[in-house]
Ligand binder design. Sequence first.
Ligand code: MN
Length: 193
Amino acid sequence: MAFELPPLPYAKDALAPHISEETLEYHYGKHHQTYVTNLNKMVEGTDFENSSLEEVIMGSEAAVFNNSAQVWNHTFYWSCMAPDGGGAPTGEVAEAINSAFGSYDTFVEKFKEAATTQFGSGWAWLVDAGSGLEIMKTANADLPMKHNAKALLTIDVWEHAYYIDFRNARPNYISTFVDSLINWDFVAANMAA
Ligand code: MN
């Protein structure tokens, strides 16, 4: 069965003015779609043809890994954002962040640092690595499940994620993500899963 592009969890203009409809038309409609299309071409007629996406990610390398991981990463990333998101979390997420980082402000500092300093293309993450929450950054398509960690939150720092709305100003995109977009309900659901 072919892999499919999952629907966005909101309308393409729902994250405006922070992330524009034009960005989602390209980032979701072109980039994410292309990873799905490429993956389907690559697995056709191979042992991966009837595998789950996670099985492909964990069992592959090179181009098949890159495309399968990017399908997963983007699906996860869309749910990490919500209209009227951002700001400090509450409840169990707040407790876990305070326990791991000391304060929300320190979490923000470390998350922003990881996202800003990921050289070139990649992702910054909040993960559960088994002994509490940690910040991780990965290059290109790499992702926490390859490192025995559970993803809770991610920001895409490939240029295609922010260039239309923020041009070269990656730090402004990261600040906007933190202040106005993070979907803490999704993080809480991932923590509980
Ligand atoms: Mn992307």
